[in-house]
Design a protein around this ligand. Structure first.
Ligand SMILES: Nc1nc2c(c(=O)[nH]1)N[C@H]1C(S)=C(S)[C@@H](COP(=O)(O)O)O[C@H]1N2
Ligand SMILES: [Mo]
Length: 425
């Protein structure tokens, strides 16, 4: 952009000066790869990618039904940041599988681009004087939020997938508030930089006076193009070792998605398990035919049903996936059970299914209960499933009964259901 490194007239670095030892010295950064075009290409990739990450992230939060019940809301103090929340639809039935698969896979794929972008501009972070003007000071503060926010979002996101529950109960607020701070700085940065970035990409070569161009470059060991291939190759490798987590036949290729949980084994129940019955503290004695009763409450009172009684109600089948916030999903499984709206009808809601509150036998853990919205209860594919793929649910998939709702995040598909309450939540 035609600006000298020291517009105030500081002495330019000369080759015959001793090698500078401080990162604040203009000659310290010597990689011949740095320059405005390299930075601009990476910046434009991030512009597109991070916008998709932000939108799919907001959408993921809306899919939790956070405005429906405090139980669903992992970010209760969000205030106006929840302005956009909307009733999550049940169509298409793979909606969350897609949006969350894209969010997680894209986030992981962009890690090399983010790191390369930071590397490409690192001399600017050390540039002196810290601020040449008020505007420059503001720009640098926004850069701190941008760099800090970007690293924070990527690190919390990756940790949440890789290490189960490193943030006890608090991943959601961290990642959600972090996203707003980061995206605000990102938008400010993009507005300021897009025109120059587009100009720089179109240019055939960098202007030597640009402050990203090292005044005393080292010998190149790789070309610019080679460096971009290196970054792109890293992204491709991450993509290839992540994307399989959303496809049953490819799951074993998802080397970077180790949160596979217990080995699901083979057979009708042989698909991904999030938390096992043992992990959730479900005792086989509580789920036996004599012990377990489903307690359904609504405006006409309370009904208790054994599993055998449930199995004598009209049963329906629907083909639906499990899609977890961690980005993995299963193909459609064949679930069979009682429609949620038929259960609502049992307790006084004949043709106007209301919201529902679902509680599990599980006594501890954030996901032992969930609120479903009326549109989810009303969908004829929404079931309290007793069977999957032609067999009883296994203990790990929620025996004696679990909720399954089209397009909903896995969290709303409560396992080991004990109680359902229809009506005012
Ligand atoms: N009771 C209970 N239900 C639960 C959970 C839980 O921890 N406890 N985890 C949820 C989450 S986060 C997911 S992704 C799905 C996973 O279902 P699966 O293990 O049958 O694949 O179950 C959901 N139902
Ligand atoms: Mo999940």
């Amino acid at each position: 952009m035609g600006r000298a490194p020291f517009p105030g007239g500081a002495p330019a670095y000369r080759r015959d000066m001793p090698a500078p030892s401080l990162p604040t010295a203009p000659g310290f950064w010597r990689s011949p790869l740095r320059g405005p075009r390299f930075t601009a290409v990476l910046g434009l990739v991030l512009l597109a990618g991070i916008t998709v990450l932000f939108v799919t992230g907001l959408v993921s939060y809306a899919a939790y039904n956070p405005d429906l019940s405090p139980v669903n809301d992992k970010t209760p103090d969000k205030g106006v940041l929840g302005f956009y929340l909307f009733a999550w639809p049940t169509n298409p039935h793979w909606l969350y599988r897609l949006t969350q698969g894209v969010h997680v896979t894209l986030g992981i794929t962009l890690v090399p681009v983010l790191l390369a972008k930071l590397w490409s501009v690192v001399p600017k972070l050390f540039a002196l004087p810290p601020a040449r003007s008020l505007a420059h000071a503001l720009e640098r503060i926004s850069l701190l939020l941008l760099v800090g926010g970007g690293l924070f979002e990527f690190v919390t996101g990756v940790l949440n997938i890789q290490l189960d529950y490193v943030f006890p109960g608090s991943f959601y607020p961290l990642h959600f508030y972090g996203a707003w701070v980061f995206f605000a700085a990102f938008v400010a940065h993009a507005v300021l930089k897009i025109p120059a970035a587009v100009r720089n990409v179109r240019r055939l070569r960098d202007e030597e006076t640009d402050d990203l161009v090292p005044p005393d470059p080292d010998q190149p060991t790789v070309s610019r193009r080679g460096a971009l291939w290196f970054v792109g190759g890293g992204s491709l490798l991450l993509f290839a070792t992540t994307v399989g987590q959303g496809f049953d036949g490819l799951r074993r290729t998802a080397l970077l998605a180790p949160h596979g949980g217990a080995d699901p084994g083979t057979g009708p129940n042989g698909f991904q398990i999030n938390k096992t019955a043992a992990y959730a503290g479900i005792d086989a004695a509580e789920t036996g035919e004599d012990a377990w009763r489903l307690v359904v409450t609504g405006r006409s009172g309370t009904v208790r049903l054994s599993r055998a009684e449930l199995a004598r109600l009209p049963l329906h089948s629907s083909a639906l996936p499990i899609a977890c916030v961690e980005g993995w999903s299963t193909s459609d499984q064949w679930w069979r059970g009682v429609r949620l709206r038929d259960l609502a009808a049992l307790v006084g809601y004949d043709d106007d299914p209301p919201d529902a509150f679902v509680e599990s036998l599980q006594r501890h853990g954030a996901f032992r209960r969930a609120a479903l919205r009326a549109n989810q209860v009303a969908d004829p594919r929404s079931l309290l499933a007793l069977y999957v793929n032609g067999e009883d649910l296994s203990a790990d998939h929620g025996y004696p009964a679990r909720v399954i709702v089209p397009a909903a995040p896995g969290v709303l598909n409560t396992k080991w259901v004990a109680r359902m309450t229809f009506g005012d939540l």
